[in-house]
Design a protein around this ligand. Structure first.
Ligand code: GLP
Length: 245
């Protein structure tokens, strides 16, 4: 389902509705919400906070799973995705810090990080899978940090960041030289197992990636095209992000 809203505020509202709708279908078990960093979903999180304030939903028992984390950025540093999610999401929607799970990018050796990545997938499976996964999209079509070339069946793993991604994210660091070169990300196969995917993209800079993901071929060159395989995806765009469709 592709929803084209007039502006980013409306796209955020519709994305929040899609998240809440997906969570309402959960019967019995504890809610499990997949969380994305980035500026795209901030309006969506604000809408979820408004829903909490209205008493429509409560995230105090919800488990959160992050999509990705940088390698080599300690979890208490501002630029880590753990801190970003704590500040931008947990505090905003009332999801307790103890319920937030983030891939571990601080292992001393590559094998240690890889083992922690496999354990992360196992933890998602152990809680019964993710009910709703929130997604943004990179200008190069990445989802999570699955860069072009990622296997459509990939699991949570170490990934080298594309130059374009490092440039896009340099604004959060003291220059491109400080942006990590590697990360741990849920794989495309992993995030595809969520029961519902809700992707939000706004602004003209995302138009090309959005068009490739929705109307282009299913290809590892555009990792977000893997969404075409999912039976329950809601893509919320503003006019600018939809301008390439
Ligand atoms: C980041 C994150 C993605 C995010 C994307 C877009 O690098 N790993 O999960 O969707 O890039 O970010 P933004 O929403 O700020 O444009």
């Amino acid at each position: 389902e592709v929803l084209i809203a007039q502006d980013p505020a409306e796209a955020a509202k519709r994305a929040a509705d899609a998240v809440l709708d997906g969570l309402r279908r959960v019967d019995g078990h504890r809610l499990v919400l997949g969380l994305a960093t980035g500026s795209s979903p901030l309006g969506l999180y604000a809408e979820l906070a408004a829903a909490v304030a209205r008493g429509d939903v409560d995230f105090s028992e919800t488990l959160g799973f992050a999509l990705d984390e940088y390698i080599g950025i300690a979890p208490d540093r501002e630029q880590s995705y753990r801190q970003t999610l704590l500040n931008d999401v947990c505090k905003v929607i009332g999801l307790p810090e103890a319920n937030l799970n983030v891939p571990d990018g601080m292992g001393a050796a590559r094998a240690e990080i890889a083992a922690a990545a496999a354990a992360y997938d196992a933890k998602i499976a152990a809680v019964g899978g993710i009910d709703v996964q929130i997604l943004g999209i990179g200008t190069n079509g990445h989802v999570g940090f699955n860069e072009p070339g990622s296997s459509l069946a990939s699991r949570t793993r170490i990934m080298r960041l594309a130059n374009q991604t490092r440039e896009d994210n340099a604004r959060f660091f003291a220059g491109i030289g400080h942006v990590p070169t590697h990360c741990v990300t849920q794989g495309l196969g992993t995030l595809r197992e969520a029961r519902r995917l809700v992707l939000i993209a706004t602004g003209a800079a995302k138009a090309e990636a959005v068009a490739a993901a929705i109307e282009g071929p299913l290809t590892a060159s555009c990792p977000a095209s893997v969404l075409q395989l999912h039976p329950d995806v809601v893509i919320c765009l503003d006019e600018a992000a939809a301008s390439g469709l």
